[in-house]
Design a protein around this ligand. Structure first.
Ligand code: AMP
Length: 360
């Protein structure tokens, strides 16, 4: 049966994916009196530990998708590599899925993403579609050196990427990304990395948080400071980019938009994530309505609520063994600890984060 919105408390949200983002979405849903059913291939996932129900199966398992469509009043996802055909199958089964398949399709392919962004008043670096090492040589005169080769699909946290510093290195770079279909990007000469977390409701209402400043190490997010120190003009430009991207996708839910701040008032979009985002974790302890609640409100057809910041927050990811500092962090004033319930702290694995209030 087709759901009618707004979904009242007692309704069920389905989430594709069982990681920490699903966990924090489930916690936010629970606070609003909504139940969550998770579909994940993994037993004992971080999200399942706090959800009413879990279906353990592959994302494209037809029986599992049928069960999810039956159980959930609306279905969402917590990572962008969910197969588009799973979302299409859910839709065909009559489930309301938000964000929709278009957002996934765009976010899963860096060429489609950049093409879409440039058509949406959201500028990116110059880029070229790459099918083989020869394409790199052909594109370099336009793209310039150094250039960054990235796989079109399934790259995250800096994986599947190779810098090209001279034209002779093209074959090696193509081999380094697994000879996969790729995109060649001009180097962004950025001063710092920013992001904007934005949401769009079922009625087209748009809300966003102030920009955050993000520091990456080895391609992985280390810290976020938010609200970032930016001019009103830069904040306004980011808001315009967000509005344009969300409207064009007829988007419902939260999106993370990663930006390069060129330092001259200009912004470029690096990538978009059709989901809650690591650079939005600061909102849990900085805003009235955090990004997880904002996403649940949007997909459930509720008013989006207040995204105004109350304090400035520095978010630090706890990677691998850093999670062992939990006791000291728990004793710190002005620090809020968020742990994901993951077993083994492998190197670089996101185990939790801490939000430290910087100023009120
Ligand atoms: P990505 O996987 O696209 O988010 O890239 C990971 C990180 O690599 C970004 O956060 C940037 O620090 C850096 N990076 C990505 N693309 C570019 C680019 N075109 N120019 C310079 N640095 C980049």
């Amino acid at each position: 049966m087709a759901a009618t919105f707004p979904l009242p408390p007692g309704s069920t949200i389905g989430i594709l994916g069982g990681g920490q983002l699903g966990r924090m979405l489930a916690l936010a849903a629970a606070r609003l009196g909504l139940d969550v059913v998770i579909l994940t291939p993994d037993e004992g996932s971080p999200a399942s530990r706090v959800a009413a129900r879990t279906i353990v199966a592959a994302y494209d398992d037809p029986v599992a998708l049928q069960a999810l469509a039956q159980a959930a009043d609306v279905v969402t996802y917590e990572f962008e590599n969910v197969p588009v055909r799973a979302v299409e199958a859910l839709t065909a089964l009559g489930a309301a899925v938000a964000p929709g398949a278009d957002a996934l399709r765009v976010a899963q392919d860096r060429v489609a993403e950049k093409t879409f962004l440039n058509a949406s008043a959201a500028p990116t670096v110059a880029f070229a579609e790459i099918g083989g090492a020869d394409d790199i040589a052909a594109a370099l005169p336009r793209i310039g050196l150094p250039a960054l080769l990235k796989t079109r699909r399934e790259g995250y946290d800096g994986k599947g990427q190779a810098w090209i510093r001279d034209a002779d290195a093209a074959p090696a770079a193509f081999a380094a990304v697994g000879a996969a279909p790729s995109v060649l990007e001009a180097r962004a000469d950025f001063r710092r990395e920013l992001s904007i977390i934005a949401a769009r409701g079922r009625d087209g209402e748009i809300a966003f948080y102030p920009l955050s400043e993000n520091v990456h190490e080895g391609g992985v997010l280390r810290t976020t400071l938010a609200p970032a120190e930016v001019t009103p003009a830069v904040q306004a430009q980011a808001g315009q980019i967000a509005r344009s991207v969300l409207d064009r996708l007829d988007y419902v839910g939260v999106m993370g938009i990663e930006l390069f701040d060129l330092g001259d008032g200009g912004l470029l979009v690096n990538e978009i994530a059709p989901r809650v985002h690591n650079t939005g974790h600061w909102t849990q302890d900085g805003c009235e309505v955090d990004q997880f609640e904002l996403h649940i409100r949007a997909v459930a057809g509720w008013p989006l609520g207040d995204t105004t910041p109350m304090v400035q927050v520095e978010m630090t990811n706890l990677l691998g063994d850093e999670v062992h500092d939990w006791l000291a962090i728990a004793a710190e004033p002005n620090a809020r600890l968020h742990l994901y319930g993951k077993g083994e702290p492998r190197p670089g694995r996101k185990m939790g984060h801490v939000n430290r209030v910087k100023s009120r």
